[in-house]
Ligand binder design. Structure first.
Ligand SMILES: Nc1ncnc2c1ncn2[C@@H]1O[C@H](COP(=O)(O)OP(=O)(O)OP(=O)(O)O)[C@@H](O)[C@H]1O
Length: 259
């Protein structure tokens, strides 16, 4: 059974002034442990799709299922990682890591043990009592991911989590985050404008069309160099340029026809 299933999804936004058809006839299955990247023209509905999976919004038509059960409210099986880390500056790192656990009324002693274990495991040993302002941008994003992992979600939704970072940090952090997600065996859905990032991290790359957005294509990303290459190594793999050029051309077509 698929871990995430979008069945015949359409989504319209209604405001007092207008109706926007964001998504149309979306069918998608994501297996447990799979990493899927989503690219598409600006404003086509990528974040909307993540909001549907998280249960924050309901589809106008169709169903979202997680582990075979229809999503009818915010799902505890889902965690988010966003462009901005939203760490509380007045709380130290450990206290920030417990925010999600507090909101979900989890056992805080257990959550604290988990938080400290994850900090140690992912290179932030000794930073529990630091304030966010004392961390680099990349470290802050790792803390944000660990904060989500403390709540033990099965699915991680990543909405342009690296786009506020400088290029070098972005490259190394995407490798680190990829390794953490694979190490933890999570299912991940990444929204990005960066085709290289999408190919580097995704087992599949889904290309969306302009609004009303449909699935334009889905690429299965396979490299002869072997499975499990870190994202940066994939950039020098033989088939990388072929994937990049195909996806780029497809996206360019959507952007041009949107203009
Ligand atoms: N709450 C809302 N009410 C009305 N319209 C909305 C709402 N949220 C999004 N939209 C519209 O729905 C469309 C899809 O928005 P969404 O943010 O999902 O796109 P996106 O692909 O993530 O955009 P970007 O690439 O710019 O981040 C846009 O036209 C947006 O203006």
């Amino acid at each position: 059974m698929a871990q995430i299933e979008l069945r015949d999804i359409s989504l319209h936004y209604f405001t007092t002034k207008q109706e926007t058809e964001a998504l149309r006839d979306i069918q998608l299955s994501v297996e447990a442990g799979e990493f899927i990247s989503i690219v598409g023209p600006s404003g086509c509905g990528k974040s909307t799709l993540l909001s549907l999976v998280s249960g924050m919004i309901r589809p106008t038509k169709g169903k979202v299922l997680i582990d075979g059960t229809e999503v009818s409210g915010v799902s505890p099986k889902v965690g988010y990682m966003l462009q901005h880390d939203h760490l509380f500056e007045w709380r130290d790192v450990l206290s920030n890591l417990l925010v999600g656990a507090e909101v979900r009324r989890m056992d805080l002693k257990k959550a604290e043990r988990k938080a400290l274990e994850l900090l140690g495991r992912y290179g932030l040993d000794g930073f529990a009592r630091h304030n966010p302002a004392q961390l680099s941008g990349g470290m802050r994003q790792r803390v944000a991911l660990i904060r989500t992992l403390v709540t033990e979600p099965d699915i991680l939704l990543l909405d342009e989590p690296f786009s506020a970072l400088d290029y070098q940090t972005r490259l190394s952090l995407s490798d680190e985050i990829f390794n953490i997600i694979k190490d933890q065996g999570k299912t991940a859905v990444l929204v990005t404008h960066d085709i290289s990032e999408a190919i580097g991290m995704g087992d599949r790359v889904m290309v969306m069309s302009k609004r009303p957005s449909t699935i334009s294509s889905i690429y299965s990303i396979r490299f002869d160099e072997g499975e499990g290459l870190p994202p940066w190594r994939k950039r020098s793999a033989a088939r990388y340029n072929q994937y990049f050029n195909e996806i780029w051309r497809e996206l360019e077509g959507h952007v041009v026809s949107a203009g």
